[in-house]
Design a protein around this ligand. Structure first.
Ligand code: P6P
Length: 357
C-alpha cells in the first residue's frame, strides 16, 4: 500500500478508505499509544462527546423548521443570563449521552447551578465532564456559528453533597479538552495532551473524520478579537493595547460574538482574543472551568498561550464552580504584547504607590 506520508494528494480508493477509517475513537487510542483501560475510557468519552455534537448539529441545522427550537425559555440561568431553548436542549443532550455511559461521575455545565451527579458511575477513578453546551447562543436565532466547549478531568473521590468542590482545580488537572464548532461544517477540535487535532463531520457517514493533525498556532497573527463596544469599560492598559493595534499596520479586527468561532480562527491563522474585565464585570464575562481553561489547555498544546493578564490562565485555581476570569489567549507573541501593557501599568501603579508612601 502507498506510503501516505510521501504520496502526492491522492484521492484513490485506498487513500479515501484510510482517511475515512481514522475516526475519533481510533485516533484517541493512537494518540495514547495504548489499548489499556484508561485509554479505552477516554476514547469512549470522546465518542460520546462526538455523539452529543452530532445530535446538537442536527438540531441546529433544522432549527428554523422545528417547533420550539429557537428563542428563549423565559428562564434565567445561574449566570444571570436569559436561557435560549437551544442551551437547554444541548445541555440535556450531554446529560443523556453520558448518563448511561458508565464513564462520567459528574457533569458540570454553565446551565446547571450544581453538577449533575451520577452516583453509580462514581467509584474513584471515573471521570468528570465540564462543558458549555452551546457557547455563543446569541448567534443561534440568526444562524451564525456557535460551539460547544468541553473539559475532561479525573473524578477525585465522591462528592455526595454535590457541591462541586472537588472540581475546583487548576487547568493543569485537565486530561483532555476541546470544542465543537457548528459552522458551514461541524468540526471537533481536541487535545489529549499530545497535540491538537481536528475532525470534520461527514454527514454521509455520520462520523467525525480526521481532517488535520498536530495543528500549531502561528507565533503571530494579524487578528485581534475583542468587543470594542466595551472600550471605555476596560482598564486603561487594555485601552492602550487597542490603541496600539489601531495605530500599527498589520492588524485586523475580527469578532463574532461566539468564543469558539473566534478561537478557531486564531488557532488556524494566529492572533489574539481578549475578553478582559470591565467596570461592570471586573472578573470578566467568560467562565473559567468550562470555557477558558479548556481553551487554554488546547491553545497551549498548539504552541500558543493564555493569560488572565496577571498570571497564566492554566494556573488559576477557582474558588467556586461558575467563577469568571479575564481571558487573553492566542499566539504567543500577541498574547505577550497584550499582557505587556497590563504589566507595565501594574509596574507604574506600584511605583506611584511607593512614591506616595
Ligand atoms: P459580548 C457568548 O455569550 C459568550 O459567552 C462568548 O461566546 C463570546 O465570546 C462572548 O460571550 C461575547 O460577549 O459581551 O461581547 O457579547
Amino acid at each position: 500500500m502507498q506510503n501516505l506520508e510521501t504520496a502526492p494528494m491522492d484521492l484513490s480508493y485506498d487513500y479515501a478508505l484510510d482517511r475515512d477509517c481514522t475516526t475519533l475513537s481510533r485516533h484517541v487510542l493512537q494518540q495514547l499509544q495504548s489499548f489499556g483501560s484508561e485509554a479505552q475510557d477516554l476514547s469512549a468519552i470522546m465518542s460520546r462527546i462526538a455523539l452529543a455534537a452530532k445530535i446538537i448539529a442536527r438540531r441546529l441545522s433544522r432549527a428554523g423548521l422545528v417547533e420550539g427550537a429557537l428563542g428563549f425559555t423565559g428562564d434565567i440561568n445561574v449566570q444571570g443570563e436569559a436561557v435560549k431553548k437551544m442551551d437547554l436542549f444541548a445541555n440535556e443532550v450531554f446529560i443523556a449521552v453520558f448518563k448511561q455511559s458508565g464513564l462520567v461521575c459528574q457533569l458540570a455545565s454553565e446551565e446547571m447551578e450544581k453538577p449533575y451527579y451520577i452516583p453509580e458511575n462514581c467509584p474513584v477513578g471515573r471521570y468528570t465532564l465540564l462543558y458549555d453546551p452551546i457557547d455563543g447562543s446569541s448567534n443561534v436565532d440568526i444562524n451564525l456559528n456557535v460551539g460547544s466547549i468541553f473539559s475532561i478531568r479525573q473524578q477525585v473521590g465522591n462528592d455526595p453533597e454535590q457541591t462541586g468542590l472537588d472540581l475546583l482545580q487548576s487547568g493543569h488537572r485537565q486530561l483532555a479538552s476541546g470544542y465543537v464548532l457548528y459552522g458551514p461544517s461541524t468540526v471537533l477540535v481536541y487535545s489529549i495532551g499530545t497535540g491538537v487535532h481536528t475532525f470534520t463531520l461527514d454527514p454521509s457517514l455520520g462520523e467525525f473524520i480526521l481532517s488535520a493533525e498536530n495543528i500549531q498556532i502561528p507565533a503571530h497573527g494579524s487578528v485581534y478579537s475583542v468587543n470594542e463596544g466595551n472600550f471605555w469599560q476596560c482598564d486603561e492598559a487594555i485601552r492602550d493595547f487597542i490603541r496600539y493595534v489601531h495605530r500599527h499596520e498589520g492588524y485586523t479586527a475580527r469578532y463574532s460574538g461566539a468564543l469558539v468561532g473566534d478561537i478557531h480562527r486564531i488557532l488556524l491563522q494566529g492572533g489574539v482574543f481578549l475578553y478582559p474585565g470591565t467596570l461592570k464585570q471586573p472578573e470578566g464575562k467568560l467562565r473559567l472551568l468550562y470555557e477558558s481553561a479548556p481553551l487554554a489547555f488546547l491553545i497551549e498544546q498548539a504552541g500558543g498561550s493564555a493569560s488572565t493578564g496577571l498570571e497564566p490562565l492554566m494556573s488559576v485555581v477557582p474558588t467556586h464552580l461558575h467563577q469568571r476570569t479575564p481571558l487573553i489567549i492566542g499566539s504567543k507573541d500577541d498574547v505577550a504584547l497584550a499582557v505587556s501593557f497590563i504589566q507595565e501599568k501594574v509596574r507604574m501603579d506600584e511605583d506611584r504607590l511607593m512614591v506616595n508612601s
